[in-house]
Design a protein around this ligand. Sequence first.
Ligand code: BV8
Ligand code: ZN
Length: 260
Amino acid sequence: MHDRSAIATALAARIAAAHRVLVLSGAGMSAESGIATFRGGDHGLWARFDPQALATPEAWRADAPLVWGWYRWRMAGVRDAQPHAGHRAIAAMASRAEIAVVTQNVDDLHERAGSVDVVHLHGELFALRCDRCDMRAGEPPPRVDAAATERETPPACVCGGRVRPGVVWFGESLPEAAWRRAVAHAGSSDVVLVVGTSGLVQPAASLPGLARRAGAFVVEINPQPGFRADEVDLHWRDTAAHALPELAAALDAQLAEASG
Ligand code: BV8
Ligand code: ZN
């Protein structure tokens, strides 16, 4: 088992000396809030569903009620979930260092923990919009105890289109502004914390390597390795809800010591 405090202390010193820090998070960041990851273990969200069969425009065209029902089930899960100590640690550190958050996740746990200006590379679950005219739409009353694959007809828009989740499906382009901001952060940060991502989905997975080549010190926080050795400087083999509060405490201790 790594000596967590030694890693936390060394990394906190880098963050204390950094001008800009970037947190890049993936589904593992939400795992300890009870939201299934996409590929993890036997509880992986996609272990029960084929991601290419549901998170794609083709699936929406072929069976919108199934896709809408799946997202409604996921929205209920996020509503019931709470941010954990790792989300709160990131928000707390942002009051002590210049920390930006770029996430692949479509949930709102970073925001609910207090992070601001979060960049969502793959959209946001609750940002519902019409699939024809793009008009924003409100969420219908939550379903009670519906199963993940219980079909539900998506609400109709006045233009005749259907309301869809504001997420980026496979084969869809990332929101340009979000991608531009993520690349800018990756290219200008001194320290990058890559938390809870398997590094399989592009182009998000290219950001750690881009940051490292631009001179950032890149740390992967993940019980399993996700990135190649040439993309990260340090793999902190731990979970988000353990490692990040430890890091925030080490940063507090160092800043208190420095201020005498
Ligand atoms: C695009 C929203 C271009 C929807 C998502 C072949 C090769 C390479 C690439 C491609 C290819 N074919 C197609 C592509 C491109 C494709 C892609 O990358 N496919 C992959 C699957 C091969 N990408 C796209 O289509 C993207 N768009 O490229 O557009 C384009 C250009 C022009 C014109 C048109 C198009 C769009 C990709 C976005 C897809 N949408 N989400 C929804 O949520 O339903 S992706 C979705 O999956 C998530 O958002 C997330 O990004 C991804 C899941 O990945 P992770 O976050 O890494 O999660 P995962 O479960 O995999 O891993 C969890 C990790 O956490 C693990 O490492 C685990 O160890 C760790 N962990 C577990 N517990 C903890 C933990 N860590 C810390 N603490 C814990 N407690
Ligand atoms: Zn419409």
